[in-house]
Design a protein around this ligand. Sequence first.
Ligand SMILES: Nc1ncnc2c1ncn2[C@@H]1O[C@H](COP(=O)(O)OP(=O)(O)O)[C@@H](O)[C@H]1O
Ligand SMILES: [Mg+2]
Length: 223
Amino acid sequence: MSRGIFVTGTDTGVGKTWISAGVMAALQAQGLTVLGMKPVASGCEQTPEGLRNDDALRLQQQGSHPVDYALLNPYAYAPPVAPHLAAEKAGERIALERIEGNYRALAAQADVVVVEGAGGWLVPLNERDTMADLARRLELEVILVVGLRLGCINHALLSAESIRAHGCTLKGWVANTLDLRMSKLPQNILSIQQRIGAPLLGVVPYQDGYSAAAVAELLHLGD
Ligand SMILES: Nc1ncnc2c1ncn2[C@@H]1O[C@H](COP(=O)(O)OP(=O)(O)O)[C@@H](O)[C@H]1O
Ligand SMILES: [Mg+2]
């Protein structure tokens, strides 16, 4: 049976897309077929084919086989604002049912689907539902990307608590080095490790340029 992984983060811009592609590459290296999904993206470019988002394109490219863009990114908006506000401006309502339909279609074609959230764990999608509700509904195991910067211990622990409060399984967390100059980096990682109650799946150093394969080698996803 196909499995699903939801990649969330302590904030926007913490490395979810990098790590999602790395998770996909790590699973592919285990011989699994993997597809990516970015159900909701704001901050899209208008192209002749329609609205396109960099994250979604990255995950599409990392997929084990080609899939239609609209399948992996059903909700695409131009303004780089919160998803429910972008949807409202476009005169739409983001519906979990539609995302679930697309997810099931992708899951039918692969061993694993890696779903990247937008922003952090509790980002609203409409007047009622959040990203957390989506992860719960699709029964996705959650990987939390912690962007290592001042404040990350609190954000990591709050996110982990809320992931569990929503009935989801926190498969583990990834420490992503966003700022080389951050002081007490190892102590911050240890402080989270001692309190979060889920495995540290990898520590990703600060690096110029990106390779999914290089990130994959740093991750220990188990089976
Ligand atoms: N380990 C890292 N080293 C250097 N730059 C990073 C690292 N992780 C992320 N970044 C940079 O931070 C930015 C945000 O990363 P991204 O994966 O797009 O975050 P998110 O998906 O959470 O919004 C990108 O410009 C990326 O180049
Ligand atoms: Mg992203």
